[in-house]
Design a protein around this ligand. Structure first.
Ligand code: KIV
Ligand code: NA
Length: 269
């Protein structure tokens, strides 16, 4: 497993960091086997595998349930798990309880927090929980901000730069930037010492993250501009149709799939 220190070194040496979501055992195994640097158990699982139309319905228990499965599939990959909607911003005490629970129960290497929650990031650092910050488009705030590209005005860009510097000062160990202009992302990556991982943020960040189900076309129809498709799970449906037809037609199970041991008495009547 890459340690945080190695990920820092990768930034310093301009070696790009790859990050991919995984929410369960088989996908996490695949991501680990592919040699991807970081697994993100993202709350995007609310949409991709739980069928919600937003991430705001995902609970802390959902995140723990999925992260534990991913952990079993990828014991040797640096794993980051999202703090879901409603687990941040209630009160210091409640937020910290959620952070500690998520971190300790999932055995993730770090937790990810949307928005510049500086005090929470600082408190986590003080007790030893590595925090990945997530700025730019933050899907948990979609009810207020919508899904559009962020940081497009001069003021918004300046605010984002200030937030990025502030989360680093507060102790964030990494930053995810989502859906912002590439030149702004490049500027932020250059200003920060911590690795900056982009999604829809151009090629000059220190690494990239994408959603497994998007890149493999696994149950997702939406395709944001920044998603590149690398595979196609959709033909799986044809296999299922064939199975269905073969069961109906008694073509399955054929000889090779049957245990043939004479157990029952032959009926000689
Ligand atoms: O939940 C998620 O998958 C994420 C990435 C898109 C960064 O937060
Ligand atoms: Na997320």
């Amino acid at each position: 497993m890459k340690k945080l220190k190695e990920l820092m070194t990768m930034k310093q040496e301009s070696i790009k960091i790859s990050m991919m979501t995984a929410y369960d055992y088989p996908s996490a195994r695949q991501v680990e086997e592919a040699g991807i640097d970081i697994i993100l158990v993202g709350d995007s699982l609310g949409m991709t595998v739980l069928g919600y139309d937003s991430t705001v319905y995902v609970t802390l228990d959902d995140m723990i349930h999925h992260a534990k499965a991913a952990r079993r599939g990828a014991p040797d990959t640096y794993m980051v798990v999202d703090m879901p909607f409603g687990s941040v911003g209630i009160s210091d005490e409640q937020d910290m309880k959620c952070a500690i629970t998520l971190y300790s129960e999932t055995k993730a290497e770090a937790i990810k927090i949307e928005g510049a929650h500086l005090e929470l990031i600082e408190k986590c650092r003080l007790i030893g929980i590595p925090v990945v910050s997530h700025l730019g488009l933050t899907p948990q705030s979609v009810g207020i901000t919508g899904y559009s590209v962020h940081g497009k005005s001069k003021e918004a860009a300046e605010q984002l730069i200030q937030d990025a510097l502030a989360v680093e000062r507060a102790g964030a160990v990494m930053l995810v930037l989502e859906a912002i202009p590439s030149d702004l992302a490049a500027h932020i990556a250059e200003r920060l010492k911590i690795p900056v991982i982009g999604i829809g943020a151009g090629v000059e960040t220190d690494g990239q993250v994408l959603v497994y189900h998007d890149v493999l076309q696994y149950g997702t129809e939406r395709k944001p501009k920044f998603v590149k498709i690398y595979g196609d799970f959709r033909p799986g449906i044809e296999a299922l149709k064939t199975y269905h037809e073969e069961v109906r037609a008694e073509r399955f199970p054929s000889e090779e799939y049957i245990y043939k041991v004479q157990i029952m008495e032959k009926n000689n009547d």
